[in-house]
Design a protein around this ligand. Structure first.
Ligand code: IMP
Length: 430
C-alpha cells in the first residue's frame, strides 16, 4: 500500500482542498487524519464552489473511500449538516474510525467559555470545541465514536455527574453517524493507494507551531501517521502546500504580516476570509524560514504554490529570508520558540505586473514570476510540482520535472535535490 500526504506549510488555508480534489482520483481513498470541523477546505468544481469542514475533500468524486481517521475529532451534527448541504454532489463513500473522540456539547461550551475568560489574550479558536475534546482524550475521559455501538458500556466506564444528558447526546449521535463507523486500520489496509489530507498546517501544530496560538492536534506528518494508522514505510510523497504569500486567522505571532496597504490588497484580491468562521484573515509575505521549518518537520518532497495570481498587480513582492533580533540585530535562519523578539528581513522582487490568472503553462509565466518561484524553491531545496493560478481545477500548472528551474540551477541544484528527495522516482511513479 502506498500513501501520499498533503500538508500545509503555513497557518492553514493554503488551498490544500484544491490540490486534494485535483489528484484525488489517482487514489482509492482519501483520509483525514487530524482536526475536525475547525478546518475549512474550499473546492471549486465546474464553476460550483464547495466548502468541506470535517469531511475529506474526496467526497465530491465518485467511487472514492473517504475515511475520517482516528486522529480527528468528530462532531456528528456538523457532519450531517455538511452531507446535507452537499446534497447530490456528495458522491464518495464515507467511513469514520471508531477511535475518533466525539465533540460533546460540553466541550463546545468549554471552548467558548475559556476564550471569553481569556479576553484580549484569547487564542482566537474556531469555538468548535476542538481543544477541550482533545484534552478530554488525553485526560482519558472522552467518548469515542466506537462507544456509540455500545453506549451503556461506555457510560459505565466513567463516574459521571450528568449521565442522562450525555446518554441522550450519544444516542442522538448514534442515529446520525452509526452507519459510517468502521475499524480505521482494517479500512486503510484494504486500499492500494491512499491520499492523506492534512488539516490546519505546520505553524498550528500543537508542539512545533506558534504555541500557545496553535490548534490542539499534531498537524505535521508524524501526527498524520498517528491520525491515519499508517506507518512511515507506507509514505511515498509529501506535497507541501504554501500560498505565494502568507495568511493567518486567529491570534499569535505572524512575523511577515503586512498591516499596511499591501496586506489590505492581498486580503481583497485574494478574498482572504475564513471558510469556517468568516473572519478576515491577516495577510503578509511568504516566509522562507517558516517554509524551511515545514520542510524539516514534514520531509516535504514537492511543493504546491497557491494563488500566485493574487500578486499580479503588485510592483514589489517581498520574501522573508531571515529573522533579525530586534534588540541585538543578530540574524537567525530557524523558527525560534519566542518569535516575538524578531522581525523579518526581506528580499524584494520586482513584480510581474501581468495577468496570470488561469494560466496553465509554466513556459508562459512572466519572467519575474518565474524568478520569484525559482528563488523560493531553490532556497528551501524542494521542487515545485503545482502552481495554482485560480480557484478552479483547470487553473493549475502541473510542472514537468525541472521545468520551473533556470538552466544553471537545473544543472547544479536540481540533480542534488532529486537525488536527496528521490524526486526522479516520484515523477516516474506519477
Ligand atoms: P481551534 O483549532 O479551533 O482550537 O483554534 C486554534 C487556532 O487554530 C486558532 O488560531 C484558529 O483560527 C486556528 N485554526 C484552526 N483551524 C484552522 C484552519 O483550518 N485554518 C486556519 N486556521 C485554523
Amino acid at each position: 500500500m502506498k500513501a501520499d500526504v498533503i500538508v500545509g506549510m503555513q497557518w492553514g488555508d493554503e488551498g490544500k482542498g484544491k490540490i486534494v480534489d485535483l489528484i484525488a482520483d489517482n487514489y482509492k481513498a482519501v483520509v483525514r487524519a487530524n482536526g475536525g470541523n475547525n478546518a475549512g477546505h474550499s473546492i471549486s468544481v465546474n464553476g460550483k464552489n464547495f466548502a468541506v469542514h470535517s469531511l475529506p475533500s474526496g467526497v465530491l468524486q465518485e467511487g472514492i473511500i473517504n475515511l475520517i481517521g482516528a486522529g480527528c475529532v468528530v462532531n456528528p451534527k456538523a457532519i450531517v449538516q455538511e452531507i446535507n448541504k452537499l446534497g447530490e454532489d456528495f458522491k464518495g463513500t464515507l467511513k469514520i474510525s471508531d477511535r475518533c473522540p466525539l465533540v460533546l456539547s460540553k466541550y463546545i461550551e468549554e471552548d467558548i467559555r475559556k476564550e471569553k475568560e481569556k479576553g484580549d489574550k484569547s487564542i482566537g479558536t474556531t469555538l468548535r470545541g476542538i481543544g477541550p475534546t482533545y484534552a478530554g482524550l488525553k485526560n482519558r475521559e472522552a467518548f469515542l465514536v466506537g462507544d456509540l455501538l455500545n453506549i451503556e458500556r461506555a457510560l459505565d466506564r466513567y463516574s459521571l455527574e450528568n449521565i442522562d444528558l450525555i446518554k441522550k447526546e450519544l444516542e442522538e449521535y448514534k442515529e446520525m453517524i452509526g452507519q459510517y463507523i468502521c475499524d480505521g486500520i482494517s479500512e486503510i489496509k484494504k486500499q492500494e493507494t491512499i491520499l492523506i489530507e492534512g488539516a490546519q498546517a505546520t505553524m498550528l501544530d500543537n508542539v512545533y507551531g506558534t504555541y500557545p496560538f496553535v490548534t490542539s492536534s499534531n498537524t505535521i506528518v508524524s501526527g498524520l501517521l498517528t491520525g491515519s494508522g499508517l506507518n512511515h514505510k507506507n509514505i511515498r510523497n509529501v506535497i507541501g502546500v504554501t500560498k505565494a504569500y502568507c495568511t493567518r486567522v486567529g491570534n499569535g505571532p505572524f512575523i511577515t504580516e503586512d498591516l499596511g496597504e499591501a496586506g489590505d490588497l492581498i486580503r481583497k484580491i485574494g478574498k482572504e476570509v475564513g471558510v469556517s468562521t468568516g473572519r478576515p484573515r491577516r495577510c503578509g509575505w511568504i516566509d522562507l524560514i517558516q517554509l524551511k521549518h515545514a520542510v524539516q518537520l514534514n520531509g516535504i518532497t514537492s511543493l504546491a504554490v497557491m494563488k500566485s495570481d493574487v500578486l499580479d498587480t503588485f510592483p514589489i513582492v517581498k520574501v522573508c529570508v531571515a529573522y533579525r533580533n530586534i534588540k541585538t540585530g543578530e540574524e537567525i535562519d530557524y523558527v525560534p520558540y519566542v518569535i516575538e523578539d524578531y522581525e523579518a528581513v526581506y528580499k524584494e522582487f520586482d513584480g510581474w505586473m501581468e495577468k496570470t490568472y488561469g494560466e496553465t503553462s509554466y513556459e508562459k509565466l512572466p519572467r519575474n514570476l518565474k524568478d520569484y518561484l525559482e528563488f523560493v524553491s531553490e532556497s528551501i531545496g524542494v521542487q515545485i510540482k503545482y502552481i495554482s493560478t485560480g480557484p478552479e481545477r483547470e487553473s493549475t500548472i502541473v510542472c514537468e520535472e525541472n521545468e520551473f528551474f533556470g538552466v544553471e540551477f537545473r544543472m547544479e541544484t536540481a540533480e542534488r535535490i532529486c537525488e536527496y528527495y528521490d524526486i526522479a522516482n516520484f515523477m516516474k511513479e506519477d
